[in-house]
Design a protein around this ligand. Sequence first.
Ligand SMILES: [Zn+2]
Length: 257
Amino acid sequence: MAIEMPEWCGACDPLTRRFNLGDLEKRCPDCHPYWAFGHSSIDPTCVPATRLEQERAARWLMYEMVSLRALAVVELRRRTRAFFEQGWTPLDVIHALDFDPDGSRVRAVASTNDSADLLERRVLNLLSSWCDEHGRPLPSPSQQAAARNRRLRERQRLTRTKLAEIASRPPNPQGSARSGARQVAAEAIAKGRAIKAEGRRREQAALDRQQSDDVSYERRVQQTMRQLDKFRFGVLSGSSETAPRAKGDEHDHRAVA
Ligand SMILES: [Zn+2]
C-alpha cells in the first residue's frame, strides 16, 4: 500500500499504529495515518480550495475508498485537482467513482486487486466520464442537485404568485352570467332531467309489457285447461262414476289458475 506513514510516536504498536487494548483496538491519535493527516477535521461536503486542502481531500478519499489505496496521494490529487477547482467536494468525487452522469452504476469499479497503473487508468476513466468534450469537469452531482432544487423553487414561486394573483382578484357577480356558466349548468340540469324521465318511461313500458305478457300467458293456460277438461269430459262421459271426478278435477284446475 502506498499509504504514507507519519513518524512513529514511540508509544503505540509501530506496525499497526494502534493501541492493543485486548478486545478493543484504538488508533493512535498521534501517528496513525487515519488521524495524523487531519482526517477527522475534513468535511467531505466542503470544497477543498488550497493545495494542502486538496491533498488532505485526496487522503480522505483514499481512506474512505479502500480500493484507491494503491494509488499515490500525489497521483490522486493530480487526478482530482481539476474537479476540486470546479467546485467539486470529496463526496462528489465518491459519487462520480460509483455512478455515471446519467445515474447508472459504473460497469468497472476500482478494486483492491488492481495493480497501481490499472487502478490509475480506471480512476481516470471513471472521472473522465464526468468531463465535457473539452475535458473540463461537468457540474458536480451536488451542484446539479442544487440547480435542480433552484429550478423547482423557482417554479413553485411562480405558481404561488400566479395563484395569489388569481385569489386577489375581486369576485365578479356577473362573472357566471358572462362566461355562460349558468347557461351551461341549466342545460346540464335539463339534460339530466330528460334522461331521468326517459329512463322512467322505459321502465314503465317494460313493466307494462311484462304485465301484459303475464295476463296473456294466464289466459292461454286457462284456455288450455278448459280444452283439456272438455276433452276429458268428452272421453269419460260414457261412464257415470268417473264424470263427477272429472268435474272435481276441473274445479281444482280453476282454483290453481
Ligand atoms: Zn503512535
